[in-house]
Design a protein around this ligand. Structure first.
Ligand SMILES: [Zn+2]
Length: 607
């Protein structure tokens, strides 16, 4: 390294570098130095500076910004937020060209060290996976705003965070003696660490099986209307963490950070990381009544510590940040995480067995209402996450790998317990994947996963995979719940089924969507049809659902609609809307009772 460029790199990347002399690594051991500073907090602009070593004197180096981030399998195009990109070495400007939307190719002129610098806009609606800078906070996910190079991606990196005195930092990055300087073993570790710096942060701390768990809120509790009870939060989170350590028989870190933003608006979003999670929830004034959601999302994100952050589909090893990475396994990575997230709450005695079983019944009701379950398999839903894995997706053609995956997790668990007379369960599958794949740095394929399941099932599970994961057969809830001594009941909702959703325009309900094969579809209803009357009862300023609740399944109703300025009348035959519930059998067999008790870590009679 030349002296001039060394000095420059220290100026750019390492103010207060004197204190960093006791770092484990010296300057030359870091392949890349990152610096983030809030340039104009009121304009929500970061200034990012990245200096990389070029020991082989490569003539050009490509600086790449990810097109997506692990945790959200959709193209995000973070490069849209980059402006005023510059390249230099010391005081010498270097030429560069953009070779695609997210890659800047810099001509190094043989320099041993190359610096790029750019502004990054971080001022949109905050969520768990993006970045924000404002007057009272610095919050970033490195995947959004730090460029990498193929030459330095898997080498140690260092980060300098510029922030005002007195602000507190929450991050899973490795601290150094300098409170502004953090290190990571690789770029992938650097961007796997959501970082919050705030003057108002409140941090609670619990110890579980030797690991320190930090629970960080961006604001003082009480600001914005939420008043969590510190002792309840610490007790419940410690119980969830311990239940999952016990489940996985593994404590894979020394420290872990839960980083929370509580917003004034309605919000629920979490993103998992190896040794931390970022969770954004709201509205603040309803946090106490939504505590169930708070603890459920907390438990979900924590189970990702293993399931996807360590136990990974093989396609994610390593991640290709430049384009879509397809895997049919998101139903395991996300769906089973939802399954174990909530199951851990029962095992941790944060939820009662009854509330958990009611939650499963709600999940079944919702799945059975979703027409897309007949169209798209769970494996395809995972693969096509990049198209519509989140939000509404294509109307009536998709199912969620989260919610159906969660139910598949339960069915597989009970199936394994039943087949093996409760000797094995899905817990064994997850532990095996952790020991034999994650800890050996191997990703798993769809074939590997089926083999592991079959190893514990003691035989073929081919029909299960063909019908329920790769196919669209109706799921065998009734039979499988019986294995745990549970009965599934199906009752008619007081609200009959039409298969349409509606909004209100000019005081009348207007059709927004129509489910295929539904009563609405059978009479040809279409988006935009204005519903004027039902059986001659004027719908102006009326609630459609209140009006429908006067009818029941099999009733024929005259529907008056306005379409293209003309009135039409059609007769719709209503159908039944079903609600599922689950109850315990009066006289379970011994095996059913044993399965129930070990599954939920409770006694049969616990409510
Ligand atoms: Zn998740």
């Amino acid at each position: 390294m030349k002296l001039l460029s060394l000095i420059l790199s220290l100026i750019i990347a390492m103010p207060n570098a004197s204190k960093a002399s006791s770092n484990k690594k010296t300057t030359s051991e870091f392949a890349a130095d990152y610096r983030i500073e809030s340039l104009e907090p009121n304009l929500h602009m970061y200034l990012i500076t990245v200096t990389v070593q070029n020991p082989d004197s490569k003539p050009t180096i490509d600086f790449i910004l990810p097109a997506w981030r692990p945790g959200r399998y959709q193209i995000q195009n973070y490069a849209a937020n980059v402006q005023e990109f510059k390249a230099m070495s010391g005081k010498t400007s270097l030429a560069f060209e953009k070779i695609d939307k997210q890659t800047w190719r810099v001509s190094t002129e043989g320099k041993s060290e190359v610096t790029v610098q750019y502004k990054y806009f971080a001022g949109g609606q905050i969520d768990a996976g993006n970045s924000y800078v404002g007057r009272d906070e610095i919050y970033f996910n490195g995947s959004n705003l730090f460029v990498y190079t193929d030459e330095t991606r898997f080498k140690p990196v260092r980060l300098y965070i510029d922030y005002p005195a007195g602000w507190k930092v929450a991050t899973q990055l490795e601290p150094t003696d300098n409170p502004h300087v953090f290190t990571a073993e690789t770029y992938d570790d650097l961007i796997d660490a959501p970082t919050l710096v705030s003057p108002t942060m409140v941090t609670y701390q619990v110890k579980v099986k030797g690991a320190t768990i930090y629970i960080c809120f961006k604001d003082n509790a009480g600001l914005g209307g939420y008043k969590f009870n510190e002792e309840t939060i610490k007790k419940d989170i410690a119980a969830v963490v311990e239940a999952q350590f016990t489940l996985m028989q593994d404590v894979p870190f020394k420290t872990y950070y839960f980083i929370y933003h509580i917003l004034p608006i309605s919000f629920a979003h979490g993103v998992e990381h190896k040794n931390s999670t970022s969770i954004v929830l709201g509205p603040a004034d309803k946090m106490n009544e939504n505590y169930g959601r708070f603890i459920s999302i907390t438990s979900h994100e924590f189970f990702h510590v293993w399931n996807i952050k360590r136990i990974k589909p093989k396609e994610f090893m390593p991640y290709d940040y430049t384009k879509e990475v397809y895997t049919p396994m998101l139903y395991v990575s996300e769906g089973f995480t939802s399954y174990y997230g909530d199951l851990s709450l029962v095992r941790a005695k944060v939820w009662t067995p009854k509330s958990y079983i009611d939650d499963i019944a709600d999940g079944i009701t919702n799945l059975q209402k979703t027409y897309g379950r007949k169209v798209q398999s769970l494996a395809l839903s995972s693969f096509d996450a990049w198209l519509s894995g989140y939000g509404a997706g294509r109307a009536n053609s998709t199912i969620s790998f989260y919610s159906k995956g969660e139910l598949i997790g339960m069915l597989l668990d009970l199936e394994l317990r039943h087949r093996t007379k409760n000797k094995h369960s899905l817990d064994d599958v997850m532990r095996f994947l952790n020991e034999e794949f994650a800890k050996k740095n191997r990703g798993f394929s769809a074939k590997d996963f089926q083999e592991v399941v079959e190893r514990f099932a003691g035989g073929s599970m081919q029909p299960f995979f063909d019908n329920y994961i790769n196919g669209t057969e109706e799921l065998p809830f009734e039979t499988t719940l019986e294995y745990a001594g549970l009965d599934l009941q199906k009752t008619l909702s007081p609200q009959p089924y039409t298969g349409i959703t509606s909004g209100v325009e000019n005081d009348f309900p207007v059709v927004k969507s129509v489910v295929p094969e539904s009563p609405g579809a059978k009479i040809g209803l279409d988006n935009g049809d204005m519903l004027i009357a039902l059986n001659g009862n004027f719908l102006m300023k009326q609630s459609l659902s209140a009006m429908l609740s006067r009818f029941k399944a099999n009733d024929s109703v005259k529907v008056t609609i306005q379409r293209d300025g003309k009135l039409h009348e059609k007769t719709m035959r209503l159908e039944g809307n079903y609600i599922y519930s689950i109850s315990k059998k009066k006289n379970p067999t011994r095996l059913q009772r044993e399965i129930f008790e070990s599954w939920l870590a409770c006694k049969w009679n616990d409510e």
